[in-house]
Design a binder for this molecule. Sequence first.
Ligand code: NCD
Length: 278
Amino acid sequence: MEEVLARGGNDQLKGKIMATLFFEPSTRTRFSFETAMLRLGGSVISNPDMMATSSLRKMESLIDTGKTVSRMADIIVMRHPEAGTVHELATSSIVPVLNAGDGPAEHPTQALLDVYTIWKEKGRLDGLTIGMVGDLKNGRVPHSQCRLLKHFEVKFVFVSPEALKMPDDIVQELKENSREMRVTENIEEAISEMDVIGMTRVQKERFSSEEEYKKYAGIFVLDVELMKRAKSDAIVIHPLPRVDEISVDVDSDPRAKYFDQVHNGVVLRMALLSKILT
Ligand code: NCD
């Protein structure tokens, strides 16, 4: 798909329609799915603010929404602030439904594009030490990254405050797959081990109050000083948006790959849509 995209796309999915149903803010993920569909010659119907403007406002259920939209589109992409809701809608859909993020639970296509980025940059996954830094409790991206990376011979280093640690069920899954892992709050010391420095934002919208969020806001900041401790061939990934966890002057470090990930996301989603719809 890199080549197809380099040529500007093709018309493989001409005549197919993708519906994007977003109940939560998004810049990259929705545009990325829509770009991927359009590059493959398909069409898009989109509601970026389902909470405010769909018939759910008139008390329609998610089940009925799924029954309805799936009779118009060939595939549905959905994001929602509550865990499990994408699965719920999928039970009533007669077309495939892709999870573009369900609350703090999962964000599988982001994890796929992260893993694609790692593989593209490092040429392998086995043998790498993968760091995940930030809000590992509420961040759906690290959750999905673990569920994907547990299938490879990687070592995990989790850096978070105790209150924002990786959920036990995911740690258990990694143990069942015999994955090595280390848990620490000390990024200064842990960063030198990492082949992949996976930064994430503290997920403000998942906290019960502003006060609670402020306890953790700005807790880890990757700056030029800290990058001096990182391996010379490490890579820095971040799903974005960033708040303050990576300082802007790190962007010009050749190890920073987070804006390259945007391109990789389109390629990955083109591959996924093509595989599902042809
Ligand atoms: C992530 C998300 O929505 O979970 N962003 C994204 O999809 N690129 C990460 C985040 O919001 O922190």
